[in-house]
Design a protein around this ligand. Structure first.
Ligand code: ADP
Ligand code: MG
Length: 276
């Protein structure tokens, strides 16, 4: 049983040879944290490949290594051991400034707590990654407006984060993640602070971006319901891949939202037993 689980990562996409189709290739990635004398093995040999246009949900209990893996993939943290190829390039050979550039241009981050800059308008928040990327002001504003429109917030450009609902703030964060045209969106528990309907609205945006732009999306979630919007689910346990499988009968968020509409004031399942 344990053997079967431990080897379950060997999907057809796993591999060590650079392939143009693979946005992410992880080869025996380890991450060990040192806390005084104690070693914490957050990742214990992760090998997997993610193809362009995949929509992956990462699941697993708290402490199983999901965020550590997202940090490695997002070039926020380096692995202790192993190789990571991002779009075919070995990231371990890139210096700090190079990593910052990769994060800015190729990866869009979305977090549970939105991480918007306070007292700064939605438009300016969305412009920020372009400021770092050196995009001229007129183009910044044009692209930020387009991104806000894409997430349904064309009329909230001037709003400050504290004037927006949680769902609206997360949509601003998604617009911000998009403006530099990344090849990859990384979202760590993006619906963790949102009610059910708003969570589905956020998943609808991710599904649309995934479909229309062929954007690769990786979402960490502990909610089975949310994972069903992905086309592949990867389960972690104790720093290892426990399961890696394709979603059968993947849910369409826009269909689910249409079905919710007629009884918007009826059934309210905001507090469905959310375990952690
Ligand atoms: P998850 O996101 O699945 O809840 P994490 O990746 O955050 O799990 O954590 C995996 C393990 O690594 C946990 O045991 C956690 O305590 C540990 N860990 C994560 N980040 C650090 C850190 N910066 N320093 C020390 N230990 C850490
Ligand atoms: Mg986490």
């Amino acid at each position: 049983m344990i053997n079967r689980l431990e080897t379950a990562w060997e999907t057809p996409s796993a591999g060590e040879v650079p392939s143009p189709d693979l946005v992410i290739q992880l080869d025996r990635i380890h991450k060990t944290y040192h806390l005084g004398d104690i070693e914490v093995h957050a990742l214990r040999g992760i090998s997997l490949g993610i193809r362009r246009g995949e929509f992956v949900a990462i699941m697993g209990p708290s402490g199983s290594g999901k965020s550590t893996m997202m940090n490695v993939i997002g070039c926020l943290d380096r692995p202790t051991k192993g190789h990571y190829l991002l779009e075919g390039a070995d990231v371990s050979k890139v210096d700090k400034a190079g990593l910052a550039d990769i994060r800015n241009k190729r990866i869009g981050f979305v977090f549970q707590s939105f991480n918007l800059v306070p007292r700064t308008s939605a438009l300016e928040n969305v412009e920020l990654p372009m400021v770092y990327a050196g995009v001229p002001a007129a183009e910044r504003s044009r692209r930020a407006r387009a991104a806000l429109a894409e997430v349904g917030l064309a009329d909230r450009e001037r709003s400050m984060p504290n004037q927006l609902s949680g769902g609206q703030q997360q949509r601003v964060a998604i617009a911000r993640a998009l403006v530099n045209n990344p090849s990859l969106i990384l979202a760590d528990e993006p619906t963790g602070a949102l009610d059910t309907r708003t969570s589905i609205e956020v998943m609808e945006i991710f599904q649309r971006l995934n479909r229309d732009r062929n954007l690769t999306v990786i979402v960490v979630t502990h909610e089975q319901d949310i994972a069903q919007y992905a086309n592949r689910i990867i389960q972690f346990r104790d720093g290892r891949l426990r399961r890696d499988f394709l979603v059968e009968n993947r849910k369409s968020a826009s269909d689910v939202l249409t079905q919710l509409l007629p009884e918007a004031d009826g059934e309210d399942n905001d507090d469905f037993g959310d375990s952690k």
